[in-house]
Design a protein around this ligand. Structure first.
Ligand code: NZQ
Ligand code: ZN
Length: 387
């Protein structure tokens, strides 16, 4: 097991009606906030009105910045930074999904920096300090509600890049599974795929003797898989929505990273796709992750066979362990299809036009991955496997 330090200070407030506590959770951070949200789902669901009421009850002055789009853009982040600086706002409340939270995190970092916020994403500057942020989560997916990272797209060049710092972890995250009832099936499935991918990025490691986290990963994966069909066919099933929502946080709050080095190549490759084609991150992962698996499984067939056996109940064939490993990848693909995800680039109308450009962009800073190191040529081959 690898040495590790684990600290995740995000206070999780989970359950029915918990959004009503937002005023009292926010007020210790100041009497002025930036309320940050997306394209209108919170107005439609009535959440916006409830949040404003709870904040107003505590005498909190609200500055608003809506309009965050999926694959959030740096231009809106810059707007948010100006707003916070101009009005001396000490706290940001993100109400929405990963895109809103990531945009809030970038604003929180940019307010404390004199240069351009994009510097954090190119590596020209490092995040040191951030405004505190709070979250009301409306889609279980990205895990940003308690992660230390943010992913932002720069319209100039269509670069989608990540940065992070422990100070970016939200101070609190309110998780009410009922708020996810209004999610369209496709978004629900994208979220499920993303959380599975967060676990798999950690699961495929070269670290030995990580039995506890292997089994925590497998338990979380099995929980997601066993509740996936229920949330799609019965979207107001509280119990299933609750299992999925809590799994999304556990998948990415770094508990499952303890003692192991994760891979993360599939995420970096996917970011090139959603950066250029603006598809949902989860859909991009459904396409790239199986292709990555097919490209690398021979590196550690036993780990892939373990995945097949413990997560997908594939019987281990002691005479043909490769067959077991491959069957696990096949079952994973079948599961993704069963929840309505695409598993090829063709299904989302992406052809070879930008393969070379994306492979180059993905590897121009460093080789990707840790389980297997990938160069530009490897990434190109993965795109071809994903056709
Ligand atoms: O904008 P609104 O109108 O709110 O609509 C959103 C959006 O269109 C909608 N939605 C959210 N909650 C809803 C709802 N619609 C109906 N009812 C609800 N309750 O869903 C759409 C997608 O929202 P988005 O926030 O983009 O989804 P997600 O949470 O999947 O976030 C994706 C972003 O997170 C990044 C991804 O790259 C992507 O940009 N990631 C962030 C990570 C992190 N910071 O730790 C890690 C992840 O790996 C990921 O890369
Ligand atoms: Zn992800």
């Amino acid at each position: 097991m690898h040495n590790f330090e684990f600290q995740n200070g995000t206070k999780i407030i989970f359950g029915k009606d918990t959004e009503q506590k937002v005023g009292q959770e926010t007020v210790p951070f100041g009497k002025k906030i930036l309320l940050h949200y997306g394209g209108g789902s919170i107005n439609k669901s009535g959440l916006y009105a409830k949040v404003v009421a709870s904040l107003t009850e505590q005498g909190i002055e609200i500055f608003e910045l809506g309009g965050v789009v999926p694959n959030p853009r740096v231009s809106l982040v810059r707007e948010g930074i100006s707003l916070c600086k101009e009005h001396n706002i000490p706290f940001i409340l993100a109400v929405g999904g990963g895109s809103v939270i990531d945009s809030a995190k970038a604003i929180a970092a940019g307010v404390k920096y004199d240069g351009d916020v994009w510097d954090f994403f190119t590596g020209d500057a490092h995040v040191g300090d951030c405004l505190p942020i709070g979250v009301i989560l409306t889609i279980p997916a990205a895990g940003s509600e308690s992660s230390a990272g943010t992913v932002i797209t720069n319209e100039d060049g269509l670069y989608k890049r990540a940065t992070g710092h422990p100070s970016m972890r939200p101070a609190f995250a309110i998780l009410n599974p009922e708020l996810t009832y209004s999610l369209p099936a496709y978004q629900t499935a994208c979220g499920i795929t993303d959380m599975i991918a967060h676990i798999l990025e950690r699961y495929f490691t070269n670290e030995m003797n990580v039995e506890l986290t292997d089994r925590l990963c497998e338990a979380t994966l099995r929980t997601i898989i066993s509740n996936a069909q229920t949330v799609l066919t019965d979207p107001t099933n509280y119990h299933a929505r609750a299992e999925i929502m809590w799994s999304g946080t556990i998948a990415h709050n770094d508990l499952l990273s303890t003692g192991r080095i994760g891979d993360w190549a599939s995420h970096d490759i996917e970011h090139e796709i959603s950066g250029i084609y603006d598809i949902a991150h989860g859909a991009g992962l459904a396409i790239i992750f199986p292709a990555w698996m097919k490209y690398v499984y021979k590196h550690d067939i036993h780990r892939f066979a373990q995945f097949a056996h413990r997560v997908w109940d594939v019987e281990i064939d002691l005479y043909d362990i490769e067959k077991t490993a491959k069957e696990g990848i096949k079952r994973f693909e079948q599961f993704l299809q069963s929840i309505g995800m695409p598993i090829t680039l063709t299904e989302v109308e992406i052809d070879e036009t930008h393969f070379k450009e994306m492979a180059k962009k993905a590897t121009e800073r460093w080789e990707l991955g840790n389980f297997v190191k990938l160069k530009e040529e490897d990434v190109l081959q993965i795109f071809h496997l994903a056709k």
